[in-house]
Ligand binder design. Structure first.
Ligand code: CMC
Length: 459
C-alpha cells in the first residue's frame, strides 16, 4: 500500500501523505499543499474534500450502506430505540441498561423549558415557518441555560446534551401548539421520548390523546433513520460554525437553518407538495417526469437523487416498508402513497434517472409516514431536525475534542477584477461601468461623462 501520492506541478514533484480510512476512501493529505507549492485545490461543494476525520457514521453510496458507530442502520432500525441510538452516536458505544436508565432520567429531568420562552413564541407572526422559529429558539436557549465551559466535567457536558435533546422536542411541539392557538401541553414523566412528543402535539383536555404503539414505533424508526448522516450540509454547518468556538446552541441553530433548505431536509415537505400537485392535477405523473428531465427547468423530482447514494438510499427502503406496515396496521389507504409508488416505478425504468443513478432517498416516503402520524406539513422538516440532533451533537463533540482542531477557513480561486480605482458617485454611469468591465484600471485620469452630462477627469 502506497503511503504517499506524487503530485507534479510545473515540472516539480511533491510527495503528499496518504491517510488510510478504516472503510471507504483513503485521503491525500493536502494540508501543506499551498505552503509547499503555492497552489490550492478547487473543489466546488467540497464533494472530494474530507474536512475532518470522523468515527461516527459511515456511508457507502455505491452499495447503499449506512452505519452508525459501525452498526448497520438496518439492525438499529429493527432493534434499537431513538434514545439508545442517540446515546450510541454521542458516546460511541451502546449503553448498558444502567447507562440507558440514567440517560432517560436525565432527558426527563430536562424536558421542560423556561416559562419565559413561551413569550418569545407568542411574538412570532401567525404563519411563521416552524423551522425559522426553531432555529431562533435554540439560539435563545443560550440566554436561559449555561454553555459548556472550556474545561468541564463529563457530567456537566452530558447534562447540556440531554438538555438540548429533550428541550428541542418540547420546543418543537410548543411551536406547533402556539402557532395553532392551542394551549401548550407539558412533557409527562410517564411517557417515553417518542410518545411524549406525540402527546405534546395532540393531547387536549376535551379530547385526550390515545397513545398508539404503532405510531410511536413509526416515529421511533423515523428518528433513528435521521439520526446521523456523515458530513452532510447541516452537519458541515454545525462543524463550521462550531469551529469558531461558538456555544453548542448557536452551532446547532446553524445546522437547523441549513437543514431547512428544500435540497436538504426541506425535501420531505417538498415531496408531499409535489405528490399532492400530481394528485390534484388528476394523477398523471408524465408532466412531472418530463419537467424533472428538462435541464432548462429548475424543477426536480423531489425525494429522488442524493449527492452520495448512487443506489437506493438504505433509509428510503426501510421508510417505504414502514409506510406500508403503518397504513396496513391502521387499515388506511393513502392516495399519495399510490402516486409515490407509481412515480418510483416510472422513474426507475426511465434512462434519465437510471443513467444519472437517481433513486428514491429517505425523503421520498418519509412525508407519507409523517402525514399518517398526523404531523402537519410545515412541521415535517422540524421532525427531521429532532431526529438529526444526536448526530449534530456527536459531530460537534468530536470536533471539539479533536486535538489540533482548526478554525474552518476555506480558500477561493479569485476570478474578479484586478486592482482598480475608486470612482466618485457622480461619475458612476452604466456607460462607465461598461467601459471598465473586466479591465483593471491602468490608465490614469481618463475623462468620464456623468449622468447629468458634465465631464470630469478621475484622479
Ligand atoms: N430530479 C431531476 N434531476 C436530478 C435530480 C432530481 N431529483 N437529482 C439530480 N438530478 C440531476 C442533476 O441535475 C444532474 O444533472 P446534470 O448532470 O445535467 O447537472 C444529475 O442528475 C446528477 O445529479 P447528482 O450530481 O447526482 O446530484 P447532486 O449531488 O447535484 O444533487 C440532490 C443531489 C439531493 C441535491 C439532488 O438529487 C436533488 O435536488 N434531489 C431532490 C431534492 C431531494 O430529494 N433532497 C433530499 C436529499 S436526501 C435528504 C438529505 O440527506 O438531505
Amino acid at each position: 500500500m502506497k503511503t504517499t501520492a506524487t503530485l507534479i506541478v510545473n515540472g516539480k514533484s511533491y510527495e503528499l501523505p496518504i491517510i488510510e480510512a478504516t472503510d471507504g476512501n483513503d485521503a491525500i493529505n493536502i494540508s501543506g499543499l499551498r505552503r509547499e507549492t503555492g497552489f490550492i485545490t478547487y473543489d466546488p461543494g467540497f464533494r472530494n474534500t474530507g474536512g475532518c476525520m470522523s468515527a461516527i457514521s459511515y456511508m457507502d453510496g455505491e452499495d447503499g450502506i449506512l452505519r452508525y458507530r459501525g452498526i448497520p442502520i438496518e439492525q438499529l432500525a429493527e432493534r434499537s430505540s431513538f434514545i439508545e441510538t442517540a446515546y450510541l452516536l454521542i458516546n460511541g458505544e451502546l449503553p448498558t441498561s444502567d447507562e440507558l436508565n440514567r440517560f432517560s432520567v436525565l432527558l426527563n429531568d430536562h424536558s421542560l423549558v423556561h416559562e419565559d420562552m413561551r413569550h418569545f413564541f407568542e411574538r412570532f407572526p401567525r404563519g411563521a415557518h416552524p423551522m425559522g422559529m426553531l432555529a431562533s429558539m435554540v439560539n435563545t436557549l443560550r440566554a436561559f441555560y449555561p454553555e459548556i465551559p472550556e474545561r468541564s466535567e463529563e457530567d456537566e457536558i452530558n447534562k447540556t446534551f440531554a438538555r438540548l435533546l429533550s428541550k428541542l422536542r418540547t420546543l418543537a411541539a410548543m411551536s406547533y401548539r402556539i402557532s395553532m392557538g392551542l394551549p401548550v401541553v407539558y412533557p409527562s414523566y410517564f411517557l417515553s421520548y417518542c410518545a411524549n412528543f406525540l402527546n405534546m402535539m395532540f393531547d387536549s383536555t376535551v379530547r385526550p390523546y390515545v397513545i398508539d404503539d404503532d405510531m410511536v414505533n413509526a416515529l421511533n424508526l423515523f428518528w433513528i433513520l435521521h439520526a446521523d448522516h456523515e458530513q452532510n450540509c447541516s452537519t458541515s454547518a454545525v462543524r463550521l460554525v462550531g469551529s469558531a468556538r461558538v456555544n453548542l446552541y448557536a452551532a446547532i441553530s446553524a445546522g437547523i437553518s441549513a437543514l431547512w433548505g428544500p435540497l436538504h431536509g426541506g425535501a420531505n415537505q417538498a415531496v408531499i407538495e409535489m405528490l399532492q400537485a400530481i394528485h390534484d392535477s388528476g394523477g398523471d405523473t408524465a408532466p412531472f417526469i418530463a419537467r424533472a428531465k428538462d435541464r432548462n427547468d429548475p424543477f426536480r423530482l423531489m425525494g429522488f437523487g442524493h449527492s452520495i447514494y448512487k443506489n437506493y438510499d438504505p433509509r428510503g427502503r426501510i421508510m417505504k416498508d414502514m409506510c406500508h406496515k403503518l397504513l396496513a396496521r391502521r387499515n388506511r389507504n393513502d392516495p399519495l402513497l399510490d402516486i409515490a409508488k407509481k412515480l418510483e416505478e416510472i422513474a426507475l425504468s426511465d434512462s434519465y434517472f437510471t443513467d444519472n443513478r437517481l433513486y428514491p432517498n429517505v425523503d421520498f416516503y418519509s412525508g407519507i409516514m409523517l402525514r399518517n402520524l398526523g404531523i402537519p406539513l410545515d412541521m415535517f422538516t422540524v421532525m427531521f431536525a429532532i431526529g438529526r440532533l444526536p448526530g449534530w451533537i456527536s459531530q460537534w463533540k468530536e470536533s471539539r475534542e479533536y486535538i489540533g482542531a482548526k478554525l474552518h477557513r476555506p480558500r477561493q480561486v479569485y476570478r474578479g477584477y484586478g486592482e482598480r480605482d475608486y470612482i466618485p458617485i457622480h461619475l458612476r454611469t452604466a456607460n462607465v461601468r461598461e467601459i471598465l468591465k473586466g479591465k483593471p484600471i491602468t490608465v490614469k485620469s481618463p475623462v468620464f461623462q456623468s449622468e447629468d452630462g458634465s465631464t470630469a477627469a478621475v484622479t
